[in-house]
Design a protein around this ligand. Structure first.
Ligand code: SF4
Length: 274
């Protein structure tokens, strides 16, 4: 049976290197399904990724792709978008790549409202490099660098994106795959910085250290703890505790995107550089 999304993959690069049960493939497929839903031109869509398990996705996807340095996907993507604003530029990053090494680039990409769709595959840990704690490892969860549990408080990357100036912020999970696909597609409609956190299970580096080595059980955890935004907003504060977290469109705003703002500057300067 022909699957319509297969044309978006480099078949000669498959099978992928992700561990059995990893959630990265689910998130990658959600992206190509969203691309298909929006009818984006394969020749005018660029995928940019950083470094880490998640960022290997760009190598499997049959678009113009750039696998950049650790934490640097957003600046590469910004350059691509500014050089040719007609392109659809999608960034794939991970929790370590985006919020640690690339944390500064992340907040400034949001602040500038660059017209990018950034999908953060959040597996709560550095998977590829050996299971170190990332800035999104929940407090108390174990990692190779936190054998007794992480002491630090984890970033809420969605709140960070909103506070820094992103104009579309959403979250879903590998369990809620159609919901995740729809949120990514909606992010592609926003002319500005769109940030989607895709929670993915990492049974190997996170799960095994935290008594959750069964990928199906990790997905059931997502099912049981995710709360749709509309229901979340009605919950009393004392019930927004423990592992519960909201999913859906968490924030939307309207603001001028960076390339358009820069065009105004070029006009003010008399068209130099156009
Ligand atoms: Fe996936 Fe974790 Fe394996 Fe990386 S280490 S491929 S995130 S399961």
């Amino acid at each position: 049976m022909e699957r319509s999304y297969e044309k978006y993959f480099r078949q000669n690069r498959l099978p992928h290197l992700w561990c059995p049960g990893c959630g990265n493939g689910i998130a990658m497929k959600a992206i190509v399904k969203a691309i298909e839903m929006k009818g984006l031109d394969q020749n005018k869509t660029v995928i940019v990724s950083g470094i880490g398990c998640s960022s290997r996705a760009s190598g499997y996807m049959d678009f113009d792709t750039v696998h950049t340095a650790h934490g640097r996907a957003i600046p590469f993507a910004t350059g691509i978008k500014m050089a040719n604003p007609e392109l659809n530029v999608i960034v794939i990053t991970g929790d370590g790549d985006c919020t640690a090494i690339g944390g500064n680039h992340f907040i400034h990409g949001c602040r500038r409202n660059v017209d990018l769709t950034v999908i953060l595959f959040d597996n709560n840990i550095y998977g590829m490099t050996g299971g170190q704690a990332s800035p999104m490892t929940p407090t108390g969860k174990k990692a190779t660098t936190a054998p007794y549990g992480a002491v630090d408080h984890a970033f809420d990357a969605c709140k960070l994106a909103e506070a820094a100036g992103a104009t579309y912020v959403a979250r879903s999970t590998a369990y809620h795959v159609q919901h995740l696909t729809d949120l990514i597609a909606k992010g592609m409609d926003n002319k500005g910085f769109s940030f989607i956190e895709a929670m993915v299970q990492c049974p190997t580096s996170f799960g095994r250290k935290n008594k959750m080595a069964d990928p199906a059980a990790m997905m059931m955890w997502m099912r049981d703890n995710a709360v749709m935004k509309a229901a979340w907003d009605k919950l009393p504060e004392e019930k927004k505790t423990g592992d519960k977290f909201p999913i859906g469109v968490l924030y939307e705003a309207s603001d001028i995107d960076y390339a358009t703002a820069y065009d105004h500057v070029i006009d003010l300067a008399g068209g130099a550089g156009k």
